[in-house]
Write a protein that binds this ligand. Sequence first.
Ligand code: NAD
Length: 328
Amino acid sequence: MKQVLVTGGAGFVGSHLTEALLARGDRVTVVDDESTGNAKNLAAALPNERLTYVQGSVGDKQIVRELTANVDEVYHLAAAVGVALIARAPMETIERNIYPTELILSCLRERIQRGETVKCFLASTSEVYGKNPKETWAEEDDLVFGSTTRARWSYGASKAIDEFMGLASHREYGLPVVIGRFFNVVGPRQTGAYGMVLPRFVEAALAGKPLIVHDDGQQTRCFAHVDDVVRAVVTLMETQSAVGRVFNIGSDQPVSILELAQHVIELSASNSTIAYQTYADAYDEDFEDIRRRVPDLTRLRSTIGHVPDHDLDSIIRKVIEFHRHRVS
Ligand SMILES: NC(=O)c1ccc[n+]([C@@H]2O[C@H](COP(=O)([O-])OP(=O)(O)OC[C@H]3O[C@@H](n4cnc5c(N)ncnc54)[C@H](O)[C@@H]3O)[C@@H](O)[C@H]2O)c1
């Protein structure tokens, strides 16, 4: 039986990953400070005696040392997430995203140096590509950030530092690291509180309120169901040839944000209208967005043969269903 640690396991992706690892038969420890997550996300998993929940921060050296001492695998998902949070609190974003990763990797490197075996997954993001103008983004493409005076780039830049540290830990110390760059992951339990677009739209549609589309709504994104993403993560961690490499993980089917809003209204049979808001009003004058964000999934497919189970309509229906139950 594997002993695994999931950081940020009370969060959206982390709670689904925890359930998948428990279903695989693992003994799972979750650490989460509940800054954006909530232990309620683990309600179905908590009665499982193979799950240990620690409310605490991965910025705490003592906690990280203890929790990484005996595990076989670490899935590091804890981070400051969400465009709204990042625009509001760039300092927190940088600290939360860099220091804990450094701490975790240094504890794992020590174990490797003692001749022990431990594997690590780092959750990164499509934001590391910044505003690269290419139609689709492949893992070896350039990272193209805007100025440091624009706070939103601190998220991608801090995650890029995490990736550099992870890859260096692999090259210099032989730590088996797998890095996944998530592209818009959606599904049940995701909150709209930090700017995530699909839960925001669904909550508005169910409440009969206008769906607020930023800018002209022509910016495109690809939405992947969290179960498909979790399956890719778990399979990558079981695949030896994935070690020491970076993978785009997500959907490669683009949809404009305006179309997404229209789909949500239609599938929820809502009377809501669509309203437009400038980025300056939504965030601040300095906010800079990315018009197109589509991953090249060639590497993911050739390494694990990944085929998603969900298309956009089925994802939207599931999110609507989740929010309907939450409201009722
Ligand atoms: N959801 C997406 O679309 C998406 C896209 C790209 C990357 N990611 C990455 O996936 C990971 C999970 O994101 P999510 O969408 O589930 O967000 P989330 O906010 O639901 O999950 C993050 C979790 O980490 C916890 N956390 C934050 N700082 C912590 C700390 N110092 N110590 C302990 N716990 C801490 C939060 O409380 C939360 O439960 C993150 O690393 C994020 O950068 C997510």
